[in-house]
Design a protein around this ligand. Structure first.
Ligand code: PLP
Length: 382
């Protein structure tokens, strides 16, 4: 096998288009000069179109997790209560971040595979009117489940809570309307559907969340939205931007705009449907308990054999990298990432490698059944 050629089908970091790689070879520039200002303007307006917002979108050097911190320290005073809805490992991690920052955390927890229900959220908010903000994942990468962001946000707003949304593995892949759905903070990372290498934390604040940030007394420096906003007005960042990553983002956003944001959502919907049809045709079970909530950016599958073995055989024998499970799901599931610079062809290859790896590992599978089912879904939608 040609080891260098391996298909990366994990839910982030995702494959990078050649245009993005090329963009990162540009020489360094003065980050306070005219060239950066025009880069800033183009990237910022393009991000607004992607987030579906009229509000500024701030770009920080950092990982997605930084966005969790930024969302909290700019909107909540020390000791205030945040309700974190967790449907998986990334929700659990946001709980940890809020706890580490000294906030009072309430949690609404679901079993892996389930999506959050607005009625449960309403019950919790009614029981405690002191809850200032509700935080949840758009798409829980660890379980392959997508929350109904619009419905959850509407419920939170009914009770006067701010709506903080982690769309790290959603934005760009799955429909999200920041302004129309009344979302207060939306955060993502560069390394998922934005098709860039890891290294940027991208965050938008609604007007009321920004006003809260301007008044908020929680000590902070790096993630301060007031500083980011004041810089934004001058097309600058408050400290040295990750210039090379900005170039990557510019190139990626041009590709996203060329495809069309909604066409991108459709491509991901098709890939999700193909992946689900494929694994089900192999006789495997989705982790998502209700397929209506199954993610179109990552498919989590109950592994019929030890997932580490399956992934190793798929990678070393058949050239496809699948993801494992996280935390308590490590020994029970595997995941196929299909977001960002990924096409239906890639999904077919991932399913083929999965089937062959299962067969090679001695699991009784009809080789070709999953690929055939996925091809049929593609044909029906072509
Ligand atoms: N939130 C979600 C839904 C994620 O999938 C991830 C990473 O995969 C994160 C947050 C954290 O992002 P990072 O690892 O860049 O800090």
């Amino acid at each position: 096998m040609l080891k260098e050629k391996s298909l990366l089908m994990i839910p982030g970091p995702t494959p990078i288009p050649p245009q993005v790689v090329a963009a990162m070879t540009q020489p360094m520039i003065n980050h306070r000069g005219e060239v950066f200002v025009s880069l800033f303007k183009e990237v910022s307006t393009s991000l607004q179109r992607l987030f579906r917002t009229e509000q500024p979108v701030y770009v920080f050097p950092g990982a997605g997790s930084g966005g969790w911190e930024a969302a909290l320290v700019n909107t909540l005073e020390p000791g205030e209560i945040v309700l974190i809805v967790t449907i998986g490992d990334f929700g659990d991690r946001w709980v940890k971040v809020a706890g580490a920052l000294g906030y009072t955390v309430e949690r609404l927890t679901y079993e892996p595979g389930q999506a959050a229900q607005p009625a449960d959220l309403a019950e919790r908010l009614a029981a405690n009117p002191a809850i200032r903000a509700v935080a949840f994942q758009h798409n829980e990468t660890s379980t392959g489940v997508t929350n109904d962001v619009r419905a959850l946000a509407a419920t939170a707003r009914e009770y006067g809570a701010l709506v903080l949304v982690d769309s790290v593995s959603g934005l760009g892949a799955l429909p999200l309307e920041m302004d129309a759905w009344g979302l207060d903070v939306v955060l993502t990372g560069a390394q998922k559907a934005l098709m860039c290498p890891p290294g940027l934390s991208v965050i938008a604040f609604s007007e009321r969340a920004r006003e809260r940030a301007f008044a908020c007394k929680t000590p902070r420096f790096f993630w301060d939205i007031k500083a980011a906003h004041n810089g934004y007005l001058k097309h600058q960042t408050p400290y040295t931007p990750a210039v090379t990553e900005w170039y990557a983002l510019q190139a990626a956003l041009r590709l996203i705009e060329a495809e069309g944001v909604e066409n991108g959502w459709k491509r991901h919907a098709l890939m999700g449907a193909m992946a689900r049809a494929g694994v089900k045709a192999m006789g495997l079970q989705l982790l998502a308990t209700d397929e209506a909530y199954a993610s179109n950016s990552v498919t989590a599958v109950v592994a019929p054999i030890e997932p580490k073995i399956l992934r190793k055989v798929a990678r070393d024998g058949f050239g496809v990298q699948l993801a494992g499970g996280q935390a308590k799901l490590e020994a029970t599931i595997f995941r196929i990432g299909h977001l960002g610079y990924v096409t239906p062809n890639d999904v077919i290859l991932a399913l083929a490698a999965t089937e062959m790896a299962l067969a090679k590992a001695g699991y009784p599978v009809e080789v070709g059944a999953g690929v055939k089912a996925a091809m049929q879904v593609w044909l029906e939608n072509a």
